[in-house]
Write a protein that binds this ligand. Sequence first.
Ligand code: TYD
Length: 229
Amino acid sequence: MKRSSRSHHAPKPATSRAHGWFFTFEGPEGSGKTTQIRKLSEYLTERGHTVLITREPGGTPCGDAIRSLFLQTPGGHLEAETEMFLMLAQRTEHWRKVIKPARDAGNIVLCDRYIDSSLAYQGYGRGLGADRILSIHQEFLGDCLPDLTIVFSIDPRDGLKRAQAGGKTRLDRMESEQIGFHHRVHAGYLELSHRFPERFAVVDASGQIDATYAQILAVVEAMHPELLT
Ligand code: TYD
């Protein structure tokens, strides 16, 4: 395997880490995260890693029930704080029962949306403030941040078009929001990436699948070279 031939220059072997890896994938609607997560998972699995793919809202039975309530709530409107607390509730179940145990066992967890969706959608999109949402997570969940967050950047209008072209017959509660909301979310992600450059990487998700995937591999290789050797 390539690891031994390259071992003299650098990457830390996986065994020297206290735990595995937790990567999250973020972005506006229709940014193509699901396809890319599947491709990256296959690539990492071929290199001998055990990979868990999961998503939010969801990831546990309780989380799936909250997901339905969140996306299709009868009556359509939820208070911003209700959204935030629903997301915090499903994340508590997900982090404690699924993500942390899998990561601590040495696996790679790839999660489609996580805490930064709350910061972008509820913090920036709804105006609750990203700092408040981050601090409430830290107060109740402690150190629950991902090792790496890849933001898929795409013009929200194009993303929504893609989501619709993907065969969806009915838009969910969040997709139905006005375009200004989706622009605030997108701008929020970019601001987060500037604030936390050690954890964030932004890829241009407006092109073809392979073009986005090449950027993702480059990011993983640059920020976690130990995984690709
Ligand atoms: P989903 O269909 O999974 O969106 P996508 O396919 O674009 O990933 O729907 C999840 C929706 O929930 C999406 O609109 C983002 C929103 N959301 C929040 O507003 N806050 C959160 O904390 C999370 C996890 C998701």
